[in-house]
Design a protein around this ligand. Structure first.
Ligand SMILES: Cc1cc2nc3c(=O)[nH]c(=O)nc-3n(C[C@H](O)[C@H](O)[C@H](O)COP(=O)(O)OP(=O)(O)OC[C@H]3O[C@@H](n4cnc5c(N)ncnc54)[C@H](O)[C@@H]3O)c2cc1C
Length: 375
């Protein structure tokens, strides 16, 4: 990592893996999705080891993101319906259920005060109306307000604090969370720089950098860099509403202490941002400075970047790894993995233990619709 994110506070240190282990399930990656998988394994009363290369959980995107909890996948609902048919509404409903569960898990860290989509152009205003209609047609809550489109079920959270809290609870529940760098995964085993962990099921929960661990997912999930900044605290805080602008390309969250967390501008240098290199750049940070001035201003305290996974079809990978029986992977959330990653992590455990899962079935239905449409 080049810089710590503005969220970084009171990390939970991970002890190093001490030699070889054998457990029921091994989870690679202790971001939001990996920690969700660890808890799902514990819920199923299975022994579980969680491995991360970082010195603490959520060293990657899960601990350095915008802190938005949004319903739906990355595509706005009108586009989702066009691409995935009826599966779009089912996926949206899954994310609402997931958000409620996440809020229940950490009630002090999640604020479900809604999100506001703001558009300033005439075309953008028309898009808000279409978005509004599509949600209402499927029975989801959305309110057209003068400032934009308000989605009352969305929310915000401190992604770093929540990850540390979930990791600490997992350890208290009996999970073994350790630090080690994974060199490779194979059916029944994860090889690391500190030993081999053998397990009935290997679950790789890594969004950005997934194909480095599972090379045959290259092409299914590709790395993209996202950048952010935050200010110092102070000023008059407004209620915590997640605000996103310009088709969701820009986003801003104001915390109760007055700190602004501002991100986006990926399109400013779209080709350069298709990278695994985790560093901030002037073109994008310059755009974020202008965005900060637009939303409220303040003195910048931290600037940082994070790597996420994008999938060409906009659907996450949340399924077995081809040609590697007993290995499942999740990633490719297209920049919106806080809720979808939580769902995907839990889904991998259900797939590994039960062979079926409602989210995986829904994603398959969406893929089938998309390919029939193209065909
Ligand atoms: C700047 C930014 C803003 C964002 N804003 C939002 C937002 O507001 N809302 C939203 O929903 N999403 C947002 N996202 C996307 C979201 O953060 C990610 O999709 C999500 O956090 C992915 O979580 P994860 O647990 O799957 O992966 P990660 O958080 O990337 O975790 C993967 C873990 O795997 C570990 N790892 C990687 N390689 C190895 C290895 N070889 N050995 C061992 N461990 C390894 C890493 O150390 C890391 O901890 C944003 C992302 C960024 C970067």
């Amino acid at each position: 990592m080049t810089t710590r994110s503005g969220w970084h506070r009171r990390p939970l240190p991970l002890p190093p893996l001490q030699g070889d282990r054998r457990v029921d399930l091994v989870v690679v990656g202790l971001g939001g999705s990996g920690l969700a998988a660890v808890h799902a394994a514990l819920d199923a009363e299975r022994s579980v080891v969680g491995i991360d290369a970082g010195p603490h959980p959520a060293v990657g995107a899960a601990g350095r993101n915008g802190g938005f909890l949004l319903a739906g996948l990355a595509a706005f609902h009108p586009e989702a319906r066009a691409r995935w048919g009826e599966a779009a509404a089912a996926l949206y409903a899954h994310t609402l259920t997931a958000m409620a569960a996440m809020a229940e898990e950490t009630p002090d860290l999640v604020v479900r005060a809604g999100s506001l989509r703001v558009e300033t152009t005439a075309a953008g205003q028309a898009a808000l109306d279409v978005h509004h209609e599509a949600l209402r047609a499927d029975g989801f809550r959305a309110v057209r307000v003068p400032a934009g489109l308000f989605l009352p079920d969305d929310g915000v959270f401190d992604p770093f604090a929540r990850s540390q809290a979930r990791a600490a609870l997992a350890v208290r529940r009996g999970a073994d969370l350790v630090q080690a760098t994974v060199r490779g995964v194979e059916p029944g085993a994860v090889r690391t720089d500190r030993g081999v962990v053998q397990a009935e099921a290997v679950l790789v929960c890594v969004d950005g950098g997934l194909a480095r661990i599972v090379p045959n997912l290259a092409g299914h999930v590709v790395d993209v860099r996202l950048q952010m900044l935050c200010t110092g605290s102070g000023g008059d805080p407004s209620p915590a509403v997640a605000t996103y602008l310009r088709d969701g390309l820009d986003y801003a969250q104001r915390r109760p202490d007055g700190t602004w967390f501002v991100g986006g501008g990926r399109d400013v240098s779209a080709v350069a941002e298709r990278t695994s290199e985790d560093r901030v750049t002037q073109p994008v940070q310059g755009h974020l400075d202008a965005l900060l001035a637009q939303v409220g201003g303040g003195t910048v305290r931290h600037r940082w970047a994070g790597i996420v996974g994008y999938s060409p079809d906009g659907l996450p990978w949340c399924r077995p790894v081809p040609e590697q029986p007993g290995v499942w992977a999740a990633g490719g959330y297209c920049g919106t993995g806080n809720v979808v990653g939580w769902m995907a992590g839990r889904s991998l455990v259900a797939q590994a233990l039960d062979g079926v899962d409602a989210l995986a079935a829904c994603l398959d239905q969406a893929r089938t619709h998309a390919s029939a449409r193209v065909g």
